[in-house]
Write a protein that binds this ligand. Structure first.
Ligand SMILES: [Zn+2]
Length: 282
């Protein structure tokens, strides 16, 4: 092992390994030069540099830990490997509030000793959300028996927008809306509160505040409100003043007519088309 030998006893290749492990460039150097560099590194106690493989291993392990909840009782599947079951509608979003998000960011910042206490990522995340960097938002209920769900998105980079965007996923508690964990594949994403994670959290909260996770029947009635285009609401009047017009036109009565009518009904829209239409009204 090169570590147990004195650098003076090392061969050219061994010196290369010694230098590589300490992150010192050596490739074009001859043995003498390598020996000089290695001696200096030894004198200065230059620490071993963790290899890329080690770094990657750590990221994979830390990422896996994010899917383990309730002291190890729950192990969620990897969202990247879940190919089916993603919903593009927001109707099943849990009721995550701005306070839930604040609490989560605060806790993350404390756990990672972040000096800015998450204020910086909160501001930057909001700015990313407001400038439309969050796209491709999808929800996954994981399983009806599991209290958690995933929401994932693609978040465009703030500066190098021509480069690949980041993938973000968030775990929320279905009933309480509490933010359990988050991950982003940017360099700071392992902490779970980078600006990309926060931008998706802002997106979720805004959608919920707009009522997009409520069925139409559970929303307060809105018939008294003026039409969106500024038209006046029809004023109340006496029944005696109502004019009943006779219905004109042909009724579909034959089986063929009924079949034709069925085909034209709205519920033959695909779920995706339906979601797009619904979003316009939220
Ligand atoms: Zn990120």
């Amino acid at each position: 092992m090169t570590e147990n030998k004195n650098v003076k006893d090392l061969k050219r290749d061994e010196l290369g390994v010694f230098l590589r492990d300490r992150g010192i460039p050596y490739a074009s150097r001859n043995k003498e030069d390598r020996l000089v560099l290695a001696s200096i590194a030894e004198k200065r106690n230059v620490p071993l540099k963790s290899s890329v493989d080690d770094d990657l291993k750590t990221i994979i392990e830390e990422r896996k830990k994010k899917m383990v909840l309730e002291d190890g009782l729950i192990k969620l599947p990897d969202p990247v490997k879940m190919l089916a079951g993603w919903e593009k509608t927001f109707i099943n979003f849990p009721n995550t509030s701005a306070t839930d998000v604040e609490d989560y960011i605060k806790l993350c910042a404390e756990n990672h000793n972040v000096q800015t206490k998450g204020i910086k990522s909160t501001k930057e995340g909001e700015s990313l959300y407001l400038s439309g960097h969050v796209t491709g938002v999808e929800y996954h209920r994981i399983s009806p028996n599991i209290s958690y769900c995933y929401i994932k998105a693609i978040v465009a980079r703030q500066k190098a927008q021509t480069q690949a965007p980041y993938s973000v996923w968030i775990i929320l508690h279905k009933r309480t809306g509490k933010v359990e964990n988050a991950y982003c594949n940017c360099p700071a994403g392992l902490r779970g509160h980078c600006k990309h994670c926060v931008s998706l959290l802002h997106f979720i909260v805004r959608q919920i505040e707009a009522g997009c996770n409520k069925a139409c029947t559970s929303k307060p009635q809105e018939w008294h409100k003026p039409h969106a285009q500024g038209k006046r609401v029809t004023q109340p009047d006496f029944v005696r003043n109502l004019v009943v017009k006779k219905v004109t036109g042909r009724f579909d009565t034959t089986p063929e007519d009924l079949k034709k009518r069925e085909i034209n009904q709205d519920w033959h829209l695909t779920l995706e088309q339906f979601a797009t239409e619904k979003k316009k009204h939220c």
